[in-house]
Design a protein around this ligand. Structure first.
Ligand code: ADP
Ligand code: SF4
Length: 685
């Protein structure tokens, strides 16, 4: 079954007093569920354990209201009343023979304490990291003693909840032990500031305290960012390695990464698999304790190489475990080619940033395990078997066909084009988005294993064809096109004057058309498309003037940790940026723009305009069918459903989810579909 080359990945590893059954380690990751949706969080983590992850950790876990992360939803161990929620997660993880880890966190000046209104703590007086009008105060010696007591008490609660691995968190420039390490945050002159030995003192004490409190039964892990990738931050070659060496054998496990979070969780647009290796190399030689690290690893060969070369003992993963909770089991069972590989888009991160349950482009069941009862690897056999026709093989159609086929239905998947994948096939050819093709690759591979699914390419279907198809269930996934009239968020009516100059859309560019230079690119989409096309054009010698009504380029990508990288890249490419401006009127040699604050107009000369505003759903086929219910009935069609972008254009994640959901639910008996939720317990007065 298992390829013997991968045996090494299934060796147990001793971590202090506990032993993990294999080297697959789900490092702490946020999920937007945390203490608000504890059963959902527990179920999601339990499924990771079921899928073979030997260690499954929480996200950051608040230890006290003196440092709370609202409105972000993380785990919580403020007092003993928080224990049952996390005990539920530990039980779910233990049920499958895995270890449960908790990342205790006290975030100091990184958390403005919006809920508790406590004054945040920091090594030295400083404003908080966000733009909240809040300053943190320098901790006194008594505060340091109190912090140690709080951490110790939380570790005891964590042990009571059932955790096997308890973290001291010094990563991401987010937590107070890390703030003490860095001179830019720590300007103290007492024994906790100044020379490195002093700045390390708090971290050392917290490790010792935790070991003293729970070390008999639990392993003590340290998450340390050894490099910050900034001029004034820790560096792997400098103090990052020095700190690691000073504490070398003190913890039971090192979880090593880079800071800040955007550097740790870089998207595929900006870094490939294994991008952290340069920072991990050589650390293992400095300690006798096991080391775990991350790098969006999805290839078992890369994992084996990391272990064999002595870079890591444990293969850490957050995103690869989200995209495929069953990644370890698939390797174990000789099914590595079935791994649903993370595409590195960070849509998962957006859940945390918007304080909502996480979602994943590749894994539509993520975040839905408990509330909808979805399992990533199993679906019920169809209640209403019969032939299904899926029109359109974009992400929605591919996923719909995959799930229908898995449910044992006869499925025909039809697309006008030879190349399947719809918008993803086109977008994956744009700069930095090649890994997005994994959305197609995974599904085509899965479909090839489903004998009851047939694929028809280069078949453009009209309503008559659908009626003739003799399918009982018809799913229309015909996608969308980018609008050519400027309509979007800023412009609620078509832009006047567009007949004056050449107008292009992203569809034109993806079809190979190049606009005349200079092109005015109007980005009212605010996600990746505008900036990716700007890069695409600059690479082809076209001068780009980037106009957007938002204050930032690609404003929504703050939620995917990319915004600053995107803006920097466009600036480095000498793209002219005109933020906070909308379009007023197209003119023969350019565009009249208007400031979104003052309304002041400004003429921008351009030879063409590229409109990245919104998309029109392609519903012609659906409407033609839906308008003649008597013909549907005569053709024996009982289900006619619209899915994906042709309902309402959105993210690829939304299209996959739409296809997945309809395929699971279209035949559900009336009243059987429920979405569970947990509501707060009302205190007895
Ligand atoms: P989504 O994101 O909702 O999956 P896409 O735009 O990515 O949508 O994919 C839509 C797919 O539907 C495209 O591959 C397109 O070629 C195909 N398509 C659109 N209309 C028809 C049709 N009438 N017959 C067959 N295929 C169609
Ligand atoms: Fe990977 Fe994107 Fe899924 Fe996150 S949302 S796990 S980055 S595929």
């Amino acid at each position: 079954m298992r390829d013997p080359r991968y045996d090494i990945l299934f060796e147990p590893v001793q971590i202090g007093p506990v032993r993990t059954r294999n080297r697959f380690y789900q490092v702490p990751h946020c999920n937007g569920m945390g203490h608000v949706h504890p059963s959902a969080m527990a179920r999601m983590r339990g499924i990771k354990a079921e899928g073979g992850w030997g260690v499954v950790c929480t996200e950051e876990c608040e230890i006290s209201p003196l440092s709370e992360f609202s409105p972000y939803i993380e785990a919580r161990l403020w007092d003993e009343r928080d224990i049952p929620a996390l005990a539920r997660m530990c039980e779910a993880v233990h049920r499958h023979g895995s270890l449960a880890g908790v990342e205790l966190a006290f975030n100091g000046y990184s958390a403005p304490n919006r809920y508790s209104r406590e004054i945040p703590w920091a090594p030295s007086n400083t404003p908080v990291r966000s733009y909240d009008p809040v300053q943190a105060r320098a901790m006194s010696r008594a505060d340091i003693q109190q912090l140690r007591a709080l951490h110790r008490a939380a570790a005891l609660r964590a042990r009571e909840a059932g955790f096997d691995i308890i973290y001291v968190y010094a990563g991401h420039d987010l937590s107070i032990p890390f703030h003490f390490l860095t001179p830019r945050n720590n300007r103290r002159t007492d024994e906790y500031g100044g020379v490195l030995e002093n700045r390390v003192r708090l971290l050392r004490e917290l490790i010792e305290d935790t070991r003293d409190a729970v070390g008999d039964r639990c392993a003590v892990a340290v998450r340390l960012a050894v490099d910050e990738q900034t001029a004034d931050g820790l560096s792997r070659e400098g103090e990052g390695a020095d700190i690691f060496s000073m504490l070398a054998d003190l913890p039971d496990l090192w979880d090593v990464n880079v800071a800040d979070w955007s550097n740790d969780s870089v998207t595929a647009r900006f870094a490939g698999e294994g991008y952290q290796e340069a920072f991990l190399l050589g650390l293992k030689a400095l300690t006798r304790k096991p080391v775990v690290g991350v790098g969006r690893f999805t290839s078992p060969d890369t994992m084996v190489s990391l272990v064999r070369r002595g870079v890591l003992d444990l293969i850490g993963a957050a995103r690869p475990s989200i995209a495929d909770p069953f990644l370890p089991n698939k390797i174990d069972q000789g099914r590595a080619e079935e791994i649903r590989e993370c595409i590195g888009c960070n849509v998962c991160v957006s859940g945390d940033h918007t304080s909502t349950p996480l979602r994943c482009t590749q894994n539509p069941t993520m975040g839905e395990e408990w509330r909808r009862g979805w399992h990533p690897e199993s679906v019920e056999h169809a209640h209403r078997p019969g032939r299904a026709l899926v029109v359109g093989a974009g992400p929605a159609g591919l996923e719909c066909a995959r799930i229908l086929g898995t449910r044992g239905m006869d499925v025909a998947l039809v697309d006008s084009l030879r190349t399947l994948g719809g918008r993803v096939a086109l977008e994956a050819r744009l700069p930095g988005l090649a890994s997005w093709a994994r959305v197609i690759d995974y599904r085509l591979d899965a479909l090839s294993r489903l004998p009851s699914v047939e694929i028809y390419r280069e078949s453009h279907l009209q309503a008559e064809d659908v009626l003739d198809f003799a399918a009982e269930h018809v799913f229309i996934a015909t996608g969308s096109q980018w609008r050519r009239d400027g309509l979007g968020r800023a412009l609620r009516q078509a832009l006047p004057g567009l007949e004056c100059l050449p107008v292009l859309t992203p569809d034109d560019l993806m079809a190979g058309v190049l606009p005349a230079s200079p092109v005015l690119l109007f980005d009212d989409d605010h996600y990746y498309m505008g900036s990716v096309l700007a890069e695409h054009l600059v690479a082809r010698g076209v001068e780009v003037i980037f106009v957007t009504p938002a204050a930032d380029v690609a404003a929504w990508t703050h939620n995917t940790l990319e915004q600053h990288r995107i803006q920097r890249r466009l600036m480095e490419l000498n793209v002219t940026l005109l933020p906070s401006h909308t379009l007023v009127r197209a003119m023969p040699e350019g565009m009249m723009t208007g400031c979104v604050y003052t309304g002041r107009t400004r003429f921008i000369g351009a030879a063409s305009v590229l409109l990245v505003t919104s998309r029109a759903p392609e519903q012609a086929l659906y409407q033609a069918l839906n308008n003649t219910p008597e013909r549907l009935q005569a053709a024996g069609i009982s289900t006619l459903a619209l899915i994906g972008d042709c309902v309402a254009p959105g993210t690829i994640a939304a299209a996959v989810y739409s296809g997945h959901r309809i395929a699971r639910e279209f035949d559900a008996p009336a009243g059987s579909l429920t979405v569970k939720r947990e509501i707060p317990l009302i205190e007895v007065q």
